[in-house]
Design a binder for this molecule. Sequence first.
Ligand code: AMP
Ligand code: ZN
Length: 218
Amino acid sequence: MNLIILGAPGAGKGTLSDALVKEIKIPKISTGDMLRKEVKDNTPLGLKAKEIMTKGALVPDAIINELLKNRIKKSDCKNGFMLDGFPRTINQAEELDKIMKELALKIDLVVNLVISEEIIVKRLTNRRVCKKCGANYNLVSLPSKKEGICDLDGGELYQRADDNETTIRNRLQVYAKDTQPLIDYYAKKGLLQDVIAEKGISDMVVKFKKIVADKKLK
Ligand code: AMP
Ligand code: ZN
């Protein structure tokens, strides 16, 4: 199954895709994670992306499209993949259509996570991420067993540089302007399924499984 997970920042795309990786055994492709790695490794791309990400703006389409194209071509994607944080603009969605056509593949499903802005801001300011494995936690709704330590690998938890209130507001504006039009784009293709994302991760997984069963996807 080739799956796209859409939703505002903080809707739970990362948390849902991490949970689904365990269920359906296809890789998660997160352009945000890929960029954060470039930043951490001080690569030329990382140096360019750092400032853009800190402001909560979008990295240029040409760079992201190239990054994604190279990733999808890797052999671990041949039985399917899930996209978390891509596409984020109509240009990226159109480029993805082109790449999929070239590879004789198609998108099977687009899950749109629906959530109110008020909950998003609360979630993002309380989000903590593992330095080692990237797992997401939340101080209120999904705390680690030991404060500041990842349950999975003992990695240290940190707060993302873009999870502060000013940058969050900016990311939400960028989302409304550039990314929200994708909801219509995929609805018109008959691929979009809304999932309410306010009740927590197990509820989202149940809803997701029902959609996949109803659509007889594999
Ligand atoms: P995320 O981890 O998906 O919230 O992404 C964090 C930041 O990385 C975003 O605020 C953007 O600056 C950048 N980024 C991630 N994915 C994309 C994308 N598909 N297009 C442009 N910028 C992106
Ligand atoms: Zn970890």
